[in-house]
Design a protein around this ligand. Structure first.
Ligand SMILES: Cc1cc2nc3c(=O)[nH]c(=O)nc-3n(C[C@H](O)[C@H](O)[C@H](O)COP(=O)(O)OP(=O)(O)OC[C@H]3O[C@@H](n4cnc5c(N)ncnc54)[C@H](O)[C@@H]3O)c2cc1C
Length: 412
């Protein structure tokens, strides 16, 4: 059995950032990755996807984007190349093709079993990703077998889908992009809209993420929010990174001819039942956006940015009056496939330490679990609002590596 001070599970940005910080603290460790470095960016994203975060925001401890297009958005191959170069930059001790099969407490530390043998270690860092397994609502099981069902991690391009109409469920970043791409391929698309965070790509001449970064919105700590559970349940950003910096929101999709409906509330055979909540959902998203735009304008005035950026832009609420249909008969409308862009959940079947709560999530305070030496990183709002982003995981990694090094000193 091999021995090390720390085992990091997962070779995405979180595992690599952690590895960089552990190396800096002189902690002997290994990163176990079941595939290759950046595996999810290689094999669980669709062909046309680009990062929604601009290149300048691709920053990890000791490494950042330094190319000629700081305001552009990386394609998937570029993200993979970036993370590969990051791993090489500090000779990260990554063992690829090593799938963790079990983690259990043993002898004051942990025993980690993999398909390539076992490890004995004083500490374990779980970095297997917030966007682990697509979350598909239970109603999906009630759809008849002739309807093709797909999740974003399996979707690559529209040609994968059978001819005919498509129902896309979910209007956050993935849902709006897939609805737009599938519609552009010549198919009628219906988009079932759930809670979302409407954002313009550019406001007053600056990328919306530039504003959020400048205002420190992403740095907000979990300790500063009123209710961590509510903050962690916020819908993700309805944003897309395209070279033309276009906004892809519901008004834009509607204008292109995509039919909007309320949330999927049920299904039976070939029928899908829809909630009467489209108007309320879009109004709620507009109210949040109006507040944000106001906050930006106040910030620009206070900090003297008014002179540097474009003028304040009038807020255009969506004000879509049509509640959409209460039901869609898939067969009658020639809809042969459903894409569930309804978020992600996390599964830890290999984790034999009793650290999961009733919902199956890891219990932790800022990544530190109640089990000494057991950590988690990369989850949404783990320590900061940006914890699950490329730009956010670094700060968490530094703090957790320091905690882990302290644990090792105590345990020695
Ligand atoms: C469609 C999409 C677009 C996104 N766009 C952006 C963006 O533009 N900007 C941004 O900052 N963030 C974005 N994110 C969010 C986030 O950056 C990604 O989810 C990113 O992949 C998270 O990195 P991670 O290292 O935390 O986890 P992951 O990339 O999920 O890495 C986890 C690794 O663990 C490995 N693993 C899992 N189980 C095991 C096991 N049992 N044994 C060994 N290895 C295992 C996996 O193979 C994987 O390589 C996006 C997410 C999605 C889903």
């Amino acid at each position: 059995m091999r021995r090390t001070e720390a085992v990091v599970i997962g070779g995405g940005q979180a595992g690599l950032a952690m590895s960089h910080c552990l190396a800096g603290s002189g902690v002997d460790h290994v990163v176990l990755e079941r595939g290759r470095v950046a595996e999810r960016w290689r094999s669980e994203r669709w062909d046309s996807l680009r990062l929604l975060t601009p290149n300048w925001q691709t920053r990890l401890p000791g490494f950042r984007y330094q190319g000629p297009d700081p305001d552009g958005y990386m394609k998937m191959g570029e993200v993979v190349g970036f993370l590969e170069r990051y791993a090489l930059s500090f000779a990260a001790p990554v063992e690829e093709g090593a799938t963790v099969l079990s983690v259990e407490a043993a002898g004051g530390g942990y025993r980690v079993e993999t398909n390539r043998g076992a490890w004995r270690t004083a500490s374990v860092v779980i970095a297997t990703g917030h966007c682990d397994t697509p979350l598909v609502p239970a109603v999906a099981a009630s759809l008849s077998g002739d309807v093709v069902q797909l999740v974003p991690s399996r979707y690559r391009h529209p040609d994968q889908l059978p001819p005919g109409g498509v129902l896309v469920v979910g209007a956050s970043s993935s849902g709006v992009q897939l609805a737009d791409e599938i519609h552009a391929s010549g198919r009628p698309v219906t988009l079932a809209v759930g809670r979302h965070t409407r954002l313009p790509r550019v406001y007053r001449g600056r990328d919306i993420l530039w504003w959020l970064d400048a205002m420190g919105v992403f740095d907000e700590s979990i300790a500063d929010v009123f209710d961590p559970a509510v903050s962690r349940g916020q819908p993700s950003l309805q944003l897309v990174g395209r070279p033309d910096r276009a906004t892809l929101d519901l008004p834009a999709l509607r204008e292109r001819g995509i039919r909007l409906t309320g949330r999927v509330a049920g299904a039976e055979g070939g029928r899908v039942f829809l909630a009467d909540d489209l108007v309320a959902t879009t109004v709620a998203a507009d109210v949040r956006l109006a507040r944000l735009v106001q906050r930006i304008d106040i910030f620009a005035a206070r900090t003297g940015l008014d002179a540097e950026v474009g003028p304040a832009e009038p807020f255009r609420p969506f004000l879509w009056p049509d509640p959409g249909p209460a039901e869609v008969d898939l067969r009658a409308e020639g809809i042969r496939s459903v894409v569930w862009a309804t978020g992600y959940r996390r599964l830890y079947p290999w984790l034999k330490v009793p650290v999961l709560d009733a919902r199956g999530e890891i219990r932790h305070e800022g990544g530190v679990t109640p089990f000494p030496g057991l950590y988690v990183i990369g989850l949404y709002f783990l320590r900061r609002r940006k914890s699950s982003f490329i730009d956010g995981v670094g700060g968490d990694a530094m703090e957790l590596a320091a905690h882990l090094a302290g644990h090792l000193r105590l345990a020695a």
